[in-house]
Design a protein around this ligand. Structure first.
Ligand SMILES: [Zn+2]
Length: 121
């Protein structure tokens, strides 16, 4: 968990924008994401944190869906994170992203032994 003070510092650095795509984002849409998820002393260092929109945060985790250990996560943890984000995207009706990643998502559901209980794909 990242302390509120550090999260605020990262948000100020980003100046209301997603640090990955540059899109202006509202504070309640902002996710403080990690570059590396290993729980060492660097974990909550602002240099390891990124102010992201939900789309970029989801894409970051999708990018590492086959090699999540590269960002310090287990497959199960990364898959669960992806599913959580997709549930939110589906609720926000951002279906183009769901369509774009439908195949990857099927793999995630399969690995977690889940059926598509969210009705996402
Ligand atoms: Zn973004």
């Amino acid at each position: 968990m990242v302390k509120a003070k550090i999260r605020k510092q990262v948000k100020q650095r980003a100046n209301g924008r997603c640090e990955d795509c540059g899109r202006r984002i509202l504070p309640n849409e902002t996710i403080t994401g990690h570059l590396n998820h290993v729980r060492d002393k660097n974990y909550t260092n602002p240099g390891n944190l990124v102010n992201r929109c939900l789309l970029c945060e989801t894409e970051y985790h999708l990018k590492y869906s086959n090699d999540p250990q590269e960002i310090g996560l287990t497959k199960k943890h990364n898959d669960a994170t992806i599913l959580g984000h997709f549930k939110r995207l589906a609720e926000e009706e951002q279906t183009y992203l769901v369509d774009r990643y439908a195949l990857l998502l099927e793999g995630v559901f399969k690995r977690l032994n889940l059926t598509d209980s969210f009705g996402i794909i």
